[in-house]
Design a protein around this ligand. Structure first.
Ligand code: UD1
Length: 472
């Protein structure tokens, strides 16, 4: 691989809410019917952890189907800061971690992306040392890393937290992590992934009990196995990893994004439109499909890896409780709530995974929804219609919820806080426009009255020559 850094889309090079970005809004004129087919991108959460997993290997790893998202850009920057070489061509990312120059991840980057903490496992396994700033809280909850830390300690690492930095070291003769039997108090996705990655290069066998069963955990395991790791049981609640001395080069394509697919199913339902989507793995969407069907939409697998939604005329309320996979995913709670605001009757939504994931409620209420929050419950009373309004996204999935509500609302909705949306939805504006939705991304002029129409910053970049990217 050539010695050149990843080329990043300038528009994605900063996910902070700058004053420039604050002026960028998504204008949606609700009521349009959608039709046609939408392509689903690679899974964000797989891409992020598989990029971290590439640190385990000292040879080239080609990762395919990587979505062009702000979070992916951020993870690439973190790997780059560690000395890893990356090269992006369309949706493929070539990662070479033959030389890891740094064991310390930069605070400015880790604080912007919780998933970057996941590099702790591979770094420790490769270098015998890792120093990662605590990722801190975020809009949807405190999100501690105690399960990651306790698991690494069980594998023989000395882990101390000083001044906000998690310092992990391996002592002993050969500086290898030791296989261990680890029971997770909660099936944390991130902790399962951190420990599974660490265990691939450990001495002996590691068993992770009460492991997360999310498809992205299984995807990471498949990626590691493609590099020669010995992993059994990923996708179940018990994962067994037999450590090997080293891993080898691979060429791996990540799974389709089940949350993006679920969001488009809701887009079809809420606009009473028939649309199809592919590629999807229908089994990854079982809980979401079951709820959409209970509400009154039909979801048909009309070809392998393709789903079609046949909307209902009216929808009925249903209760939802978010749970670890295969339960209803917390990432689909906000998108589905948008649909329930327009479903007859009272729905009770219970959020059990994150403690503060109702940021969209106040904004949906501004659009005419009738929602009351009591602790971890949101009671949604269906209303006949939503009306367009200016709204602000508070987190990634909240932003999707507001876009969905805007597609169904009467009149114009203006969504601010698009840096959240760009973290997790590739090319959403263009994909919805292609389906017939009436929306555009604009930047208000200094006087606020001369809007400039903008493309999605999450368009897949094409590398034309070293150091230059242009939108595909
Ligand atoms: C991942 C996903 C995120 C998804 C979530 C749950 C990525 C990059 N993100 O996040 O989109 O919403 O899974 O499906 O893959 N917890 C602890 N201690 C820990 C770790 C977690 O208490 O050491 C708690 C968290 O605070 C949270 C719950 O466990 O309340 C679930 O977190 P976890 O499954 O770890 O989610 P993430 O890996 O952060």
């Amino acid at each position: 691989m050539e010695d050149r850094p990843i080329t990043l889309s300038p528009s994605l090079s900063n996910t902070h809410s700058s004053s420039e970005e604050d002026k960028t809004v998504l204008e949606i004129w609700g009521g349009a019917s959608l039709h046609g087919h939408v392509g689903i991108s690679g899974a964000k959460n797989s891409a992020l952890v598989i990029m971290a997993g590439a640190l385990l290997c000292s040879q080239d790893c080609l990762i395919r189907n990587v979505p062009a998202l702000a979070d992916v850009t951020r993870m690439a920057e973190i790997l780059s800061a560690l000395g890893v070489k990356l090269e992006r061509q369309g949706n493929s990312l070539l990662v070479n971690a033959s030389h890891i120059a740094q064991s310390k991840a930069p605070y400015e980057l880790v604080s912007q992306l919780r998933a970057s903490f996941f590099v702790i496992g591979p770094l420790l396994a490769r270098l015998g040392v890792a120093r990662i700033p605590l990722p801190g809280g975020c809009a949807i909850g405190a999100r501690p890393v105690d399960l990651h830390v306790r698991g690494l300690q069980a594998m023989g690492a000395d882990v101390q937290i000083d001044h906000g930095i998690v310092n992990a070291y391996l002592s002993g003769r050969n500086k290898r992590l030791q296989g261990a039997k680890i029971y997770l108090d909660y099936p944390s996705v991130g902790a399962t992934e951190t420990l599974m990655m660490a265990a691939t290069l450990a001495e002996g066998e590691t068993i992770i009990e009460n492991a997360a069963q999310e498809p992205e955990v299984a995807d990471l395991a498949n990626f590691c196995r493609a590099m020669g790791a010995k992993i059994r049981g990923a996708g179940t609640n018990t994962i067994t990893i037999l450590g090997v001395p080293s891993l080898h080069t691979t060429d791996y394509a990540i799974v389709p994004d089940r949350v993006e697919a679920g969001t488009f199913l809701v887009a079809g339902a809420i606009t009473h439109s028939e649309i199809s989507l592919s590629p999807v793995v229908p089994d990854h969407l079982t809980a979401v499909i079951a709820k959409l069907q209970a509400i009154g939409a039909q979801i048909i697998e009309d070809a392998p890896n393709r789903l079609r939604i046949v909307p209902g005329h009216r929808y009925v309320a249903t209760d939802i409780e978010t749970l670890p996979y295969p339960g209803f995913p917390t990432d689909m709670q906000a998108p589905l709530m948008a649909l329930l605001t327009l479903s007859d009757g009272d729905s009770v939504i219970t959020e059990t995974v994150f403690e503060n994931r109702f940021g969209h409620v106040a904004e949906l209420t501004r659009m005419g929804a009738d929602i009351r929050v009591k602790g971890t419950h949101a009671i949604v009373r269906g209303v006949p219609m939503l009306s367009g309004a200016p709204v602000v996204a508070t987190d990634l999935r909240a932003s999707a919820s507001l876009v969905l509500a805007g597609l169904a609302a009467q009149g114009k909705t203006t969504v601010q806080g698009l840096h959240h949306l760009d973290r997790g939805y590739e090319n959403l504006t263009a994909k919805l426009q292609k389906l017939g939705a009436n929306l555009q991304r604009t930047q208000l002029g200094a006087d606020g009255d001369s809007p400039l129409v903008l493309p999605d910053p999450t368009t897949v970049p094409t590398v034309t020559k070293p150091g230059v990217t242009k939108p595909a």
